[in-house]
Design a protein around this ligand. Structure first.
Ligand code: SF4
Ligand code: SF4
Length: 514
């Protein structure tokens, strides 16, 4: 009989926020759909959503009740590592005959180490998983024992860890046949697609009034979906850059999903009352793929808001088509990383100057688009001077765009397979550890980001992030003609003359942490 499979997403912690990796990898629904279409019954379950919507939810009882034979868990982002391993161990301890499979970037990168040290994991599939998972289920259903022909599979034979050839990567034909929007396969899909909606910001602030976890109101959801896989460049901090793509996915260049297929995914969203699309796949920022796709979306009469994470600066043609295609809440989000051009050039794959950035923002503004921009702190080669440049650029943007720009500041984290991981010395980075076990501890108070740079310790990076965030949040920083040093030296809120009338200062939003 065909084995019954559950694909499960295990967030890093109980609360629904981004730091807890509440978002599922986009491919998990596509895999479940592929299995179902090939005769292997499959469902997707988000453990965080289940626990929020049913506080007494018990995964083991669910597996028993649904008679699940194979449990596939994504271990994509390294912050999930401890939670995933604990859950798998617990399940395997109670239901020993269930077959456990891991996939995703982190599991792929550490496949041999995981298989060597965690007997509760039966298999790891490295990189793209479509054909390897189908082959594995085929062998399980036929009782076959020789798994050596299944590409990308890491398994055990007579107690020894075997790594099969890493030869499978998704082809144009396969990627154009996948369906990422079959939400019928996801338990509590309606709640999940609402919780991850950036417009309603449920991740930060769950909708109390509507009691989102159990409500039946018709608020709309969001679809996280990328039009392809891979990256042709190298950002110092990114575990999905060109080198990691080669190691993890055996991929040397990006692959795009055909326009026809993307259109059909977006058209399907109406069935689920999903009105927003969030996407982060932009390997050729100067290319024609998106302007042409946007033209076809308009032609088809598809109405959506879109949040598009740009990997470089968007062209004017891109912005023209983007603004003409999507709804008023849409944003083309820019990752600037640093106000210092020198630091940006040393860390970011796609390069641009501050003047080019300001010109791109002005053009977005002229088209009536909201502006949204990301900075990072803790970059290699960044010192006090460069942080001051970031502080100054943020203030300039606040003065120019006021309420019409969202500015976010985050710490970078030390990702497996990133350029700084692969070459600590080149980037002047000292990690707290490079093994899978080390990454299992990431996110704890002792190891929030997992590295120090030549110029800043981990504690200093956290402190500098807090300061730069304060510059974003403080409503009066430019009015007080505050410069970075004064702001930093005074740790300003406690001595600020406006403290009595400032809700930011009083509510301690001045002290955000992660
Ligand atoms: S952050 Fe940089 S390296 Fe990573 S996917 Fe984006 S462009 Fe590529
Ligand atoms: S109390 Fe803090 S956040 Fe508010 S105006 Fe003063 S420095 Fe800015």
């Amino acid at each position: 009989m065909a084995p019954k499979t559950l694909l499960v997403h295990i967030p890093a912690g109980p609360a629904p926020n981004i730091g807890n990796i509440f978002l599922m990898p986009v491919g998990i629904l596509a895999l479940a759909d592929l299995l179902s279409r090939n005769g292997y019954p499959a469902r997707v379950l988000h453990l965080g959503v289940e626990r929020l919507s049913r506080p007494d939810f018990d995964l083991e009882s669910y597996l028993e009740q649904e008679k699940i034979d194979v449990l596939c868990a994504d271990l994509h982002w390294h912050y999930q590592s401890r939670a995933v391993m604990n859950t798998i161990k617990e399940i395997k301890g109670k239901a020993g005959d269930i077959i456990t499979v891991l996939g995703g970037f982190t599991a792929s990168f550490f496949a041999e180490e995981i298989m060597g040290q965690h007997p509760e994991v039966d298999f790891v599939i490295k990189g793209d998983g479509e054909v390897p998972l189908l082959d594995l289920l085929g062998q399980i259903s036929s009782g076959g024992e020789d798994l050596s022909d299944i590409p990308n599979l890491v398994w055990r034979k007579d107690g020894k860890v075997i790594s099969n050839s890493h030869t499978y990567k998704v082809s144009q034909e396969v990627i154009d046949s996948l369906t990422y929007s079959n939400f019928d396969l996801l338990e509590h899909a309606k709640i999940y697609t609402r919780l991850v909606n950036p417009l309603q910001n449920y991740l930060e602030q769950p909708c109390q009034q509507l009691n989102c976890y159990s409500c039946e109101e018709e608020c709309s959801g969001i679809f996280y979906y990328n039009c392809g896989r891979g990256c042709p460049t190298r950002c110092s901090f990114c575990g999905g850059s060109i080198d990691a793509q080669r190691i993890i996915n055996n991929r040397t260049e990006p692959i795009f999903i055909s326009h026809r297929r993307v259109i059909s995914e977006l058209k399907a969203l109406g069935r689920y009352n999903i009105s927003g699309w969030y996407t982060c796949f932009d390997p050729y920022p100067q290319g024609d793929y998106y302007p042409e796709l946007f033209r076809r979306i308009r032609q088809e009469g598809i109405r959506l808001n879109c949040w598009f994470e740009c990997w470089g600066l968007p062209t004017r043609k891109f912005i023209d088509d983007f603004a003409a295609t999507f709804g008023p809440e849409s944003e083309a989000i820019l990752s600037v990383e640093s106000g210092s051009e020198r630091v940006r050039a040393k860390n970011k794959g796609f390069q641009f100057t501050n003047d080019e950035l300001l010109e791109a923002l002005a053009y977005q503004h002229s088209k009536g688009l909201r502006k949204h921009i990301y900075f990072a702190v803790g970059l290699p080669f960044e010192g006090e001077e460069e942080l001051k440049e970031t502080f100054d650029l943020i203030n300039r943007l606040k003065i120019t765009y006021g309420e019409d720009i969202d500015i976010e500041v985050s710490m970078i984290s030390y990702e497996p397979g990133s350029p700084i991981f692969l070459d600590n010395e080149k980037y002047g980075v000292t990690p707290k550890g490079n093994s899978f076990e080390d990454f299992c501890d990431c996110g704890t108070l002792e190891k929030i980001i997992g590295y120090r740079t030549e110029l800043f310790s981990e504690e200093e990076i956290i402190e500098k992030t807090r300061l730069i965030r304060s510059a974003v949040i403080c409503p009066r920083v430019e009015e007080m003609e505050m410069d970075f040093r004064r702001f930093a030296d005074f740790d300003y809120c406690p001595v600020c003359p406006y403290l009595d009338e400032c809700s930011m200062g009083q509510e301690k939003e001045y002290f955000p942490f992660m």
